[in-house]
Design a protein around this ligand. Structure first.
Ligand code: IYR
Length: 233
């Protein structure tokens, strides 16, 4: 395993000092086999809304977060914070606040068109996964960098960067045998308050993580075929 050998410090304004990058080239037959296996494993991922309360190995979740934090980001600013919430009392508070907002959403704030889009997913304002799942990863985006003296510096492509990191997080969790859900209560301001995050951070998603409940069901969804999502020229 490649343990980090240097601590990150801000590089703003540093000169370009490239270093060699010479990864061993993977033989094509091995690439093909790995790609096909990965494709099949990723196709087995499902968003889960009914979680077992069984604990998960915390280190698996930490390793998945470490994978997510390898994501590319605008100007390599790594504008993310992942809060791993295991404390049941904090999960209860997040659930109560999320359900309060979701109640208003499902009661009309979303509007008929949005509700119709959600109907096949069977979602509603009751969010048991927030307390059943043994861990929540609350992802925050850092809208700007905040120095210890209160100075600010703009971050670039924050939505894109954090979105890529969350994609890598979901892949890492799934490939490590854990189920997850991307939950985006709206508005999400309460998360900043409950988790006491600094003013430069804005909640991006709440990701319950765990094992599916023994009686877990998922919507009967069909993915678009490769032909429907890819154009080759
Ligand atoms: N945030 C709400 C509603 C919701 C919105 C979308 I778009 C979804 O794909 C699923 C749910 C909720 O969590 O229920």
């Amino acid at each position: 395993m490649n343990a980090p050998t240097r601590n990150w410090i801000p590089t703003h304004g540093d000169p370009y000092r490239p270093v060699p990058y010479r990864p061993a080239r993977m033989p094509a037959d091995e690439s093909l086999a790995r790609a096909a296996e990965l494709r099949e494993r990723m196709d087995g991922r499902r968003t889960v809304r009914q979680f077992s309360t069984d604990p998960v190995p915390a280190q698996v979740v930490r390793d998945a977060i470490a994978c997510a934090a390898t994501a590319p980001s605008g100007a390599h600013q790594q504008p993310w914070t992942f809060v791993l919430v295991k404390d049941p009392e904090v999960r209860r508070r997040i659930r109560a606040a999320a359900e309060e907002e979701e109640h208003v959403s499902y009661d009309g704030r979303l509007g008929e068109e949005w509700l119709a889009a959600l109907r096949p997913l069977g979602t509603d304002e009751v969010k048991p996964h927030l307390t059943d799942a043994p861990a929540l990863i609350v992802v925050f985006q850092q809208r700007h960098w905040l120095g210890e003296d209160g100075s600010k510096r703009k971050h670039y492509y924050v939505d894109e960067s954090v979105g890529i990191a969350v994609g890598m997080l979901l892949s890492a969790l799934h490939l490590s045998g854990l189920a997850a859900l991307v939950h985006t209560p709206s508005p999400m301001r309460f998360l900043q308050e409950v988790l006491e995050r600094p003013a430069n951070e804005k909640a991006f998603a709440v990701i319950p993580v765990g094992y599916p409940a023994p009686d877990c069901k998922v919507p009967d969804l069909v993915r678009k075929s490769l032909d429907q999502v890819m154009v080759e020229v």
